[in-house]
Design a protein around this ligand. Structure first.
Ligand code: SF4
Ligand code: SF4
Length: 485
């Protein structure tokens, strides 16, 4: 059976060819009864595949080494949702910085929108972890064990003999091991590598909950990459669903040049195709059989297309063989194909870029203005003042958050009104460890005559050893009720 004959020869969809008029009504990997059509993509090969492999290797290396990289003793990236502790580029962030993180997330979203408007789904094909793990790790193992498309299809049809049991068993075992490794590294991004190593050393019995979570995540990874596969992109991922509203005729995407390609017709050696009214597409179906989402790019832009470039490489190879110029399938805009208009930076793109620049500017300002210390002095609920030796005292619960990479020795002073005295259980300083929150209680007193109101605003500040003010906090001070005449 040739590749062409097998172009739509998916599991459960024998020989079905999608009607060009109705292909948008259905998902490429399901038959009319809703049953899964298993995709056996041919191994891609070519310039874009090589570049994508390099990008994938770099990203995979980064994924596996980032948990071990530290800046000033802090992890490069740590997203500890459980303990509400976050590190980005070695900088600690706390729940108190949530608005900065939220703004950072919104800025990233605007960036993705802008990028998608201009460059389509480049993210999906080149950077998305789903594509990288699926196409560059799990699929490669599949090719290595089961062979290319035709061999995989043959093995799939084959009864469960020794060869099939051995090959599938080996593949699934390796998939489980990789899923386990990926899960462990994912957890390093959440709790840090030291914690993961500790849990591993102590064993599953000593950490039954962690062990169960690891097993569940490993099973989820295995399920996604062994079975669910391209359906993450075609059925689940919200980013794919957004394409319809984000891309337009000026967006760069993987396109089939239908003007050049049609009328498609089989290759006949020595034929003058132009004179015969035939286009450059020789209807070899190589672009279809190579597609990991099981679509035919010649039907036009489809949300299933993850811009993986496999069809570009496949078609270029064919074009070289038949002596036509490369690029029948290429990165282009719809306007470029239909009207031969070059890529243009549209008003919509400019507007998004302006919004993005403003948000980045605001984010940078917030990060610079963030300071290294956050101090809060809150009166305990139900507490009241007390009077001793001509002074009125109030107690305050303090929360001191050190966002820097150094321990800080703090002194606390009342800066308004004057004559306020701070008492800290006989100590003059509070030591707040790096990346830590320190809590405690202090007492503040004023001479009786200074407190004219039963509730008076005061301002408290914290200073480092060099006498530099690191933060200040406004609160109130309670005194005896006085009648005003
Ligand atoms: S149509 Fe081409 S670029 Fe799109 S997913 Fe299929 S092979 Fe990849
Ligand atoms: S690979 Fe190129 S020539 Fe072959 S069917 Fe696809 S578009 Fe046509």
């Amino acid at each position: 059976m040739s590749d062409q004959d097998q172009s739509q020869n998916f599991r459960g969809g024998q020989g079905q060819v999608v009607d060009p008029e109705t292909f948008r009504d259905t998902v490429g990997t399901m038959d009319n009864t809703g049953k899964r059509k298993w995709v056996f993509p041919k191994m891609p090969n070519g310039v874009y595949t090589n570049y994508r492999t390099i990008v994938a290797i770099v990203l995979l290396i980064l994924f596996f080494i980032i948990p071990f990289i530290k800046i000033n003793g802090n992890p490069l990236i740590l997203i500890n949702i459980l303990d509400r502790k976050f590190f980005l580029f070695g900088q600690p962030f706390f729940p108190q910085d949530f608005f900065i993180l939220a703004l950072g997330a919104i800025t990233s979203l605007v960036f993705i929108i802008l990028f998608t408007v201009a460059f389509g789904r480049i993210f999906c094909g080149w950077i998305c972890p789903q594509t990288i793990f699926m196409e560059m790790v799990f699929r490669k193992i599949e090719y290595w064990i089961e062979g290319d498309r035709n061999k995989q299809m043959k093995l799939d049809r084959q009864k469960w003999d020794t060869e099939k049991i051995w090959k599938r068993g080996l593949k699934w075992s390796i998939y489980i091991i990789i899923s386990l490794i990926v899960t462990h590294f994912m957890f390093m991004y959440i709790v840090g590598y030291q914690e993961v190593v500790r849990i591993m050393k102590e064993g599953p019995l000593a950490n039954s909950t962690n062990f169960l979570v690891m097993v569940l995540f490993t099973a989820a990874f295995y399920f996604v990459f062994a079975w669910f596969r391209e359906q993450v992109c075609t059925l689940v991922c919200p980013y794919g669903r957004l394409q319809g509203v984000l891309i337009d005729k000026q967006t760069i995407n993987v396109y089939y040049d239908f003007k050049r390609g049609e009328n498609r017709a089989k290759w006949k050696k020595g034929e003058d195709r132009k004179a015969a009214g035939k286009g450059d597409c020789i209807d070899c179906n190589q672009c279809v059989v190579v597609c990991p989402t099981g679509i035919d790019i010649r039907d036009g832009q489809q949300l299933e297309c993850i811009n993986c470039t496999a069809c570009i490489d496949a078609c270029d190879e064919v074009m070289v063989k038949v002596g036509f110029p490369k690029g029948l399938i290429r990165y282009a805009t719809e306007d470029e194909i239909e009207q031969e208009k070059p890529f243009k930076f549209t008003t919509r793109m400019k507007a998004y870029a302006l919004v993005l620049l403003a948000m980045i500017g605001f984010l940078v300002f917030l990060l610079q203005d963030r300071g290294i210390m956050e101090a809060k002095f809150i009166k305990p609920a139900g507490s009241t003042y007390f009077v001793r030796d001509g002074r009125i005292s109030n107690s305050y619960n303090y929360t001191l958050l050190n966002k820097s990479n150094k321990d800080i020795k703090l002194s606390v002073k009342v800066i308004s009104p004057s004559h306020g005295e701070v008492s800290m259980d006989g100590s003059q300083f509070i030591i707040v460890k790096r990346d830590q929150i320190t809590k405690g209680t202090i007492s503040i007193s004023f001479p009786e005559k200074e407190i004219a109101l039963s509730k008076q605003n005061i301002e408290i500040a914290v200073y480092n050893e060099k006498g530099e003010k690191l933060d200040e906090y406004k609160t109130y001070f309670e005194g005896p009720f006085k009648l005003a005449f």
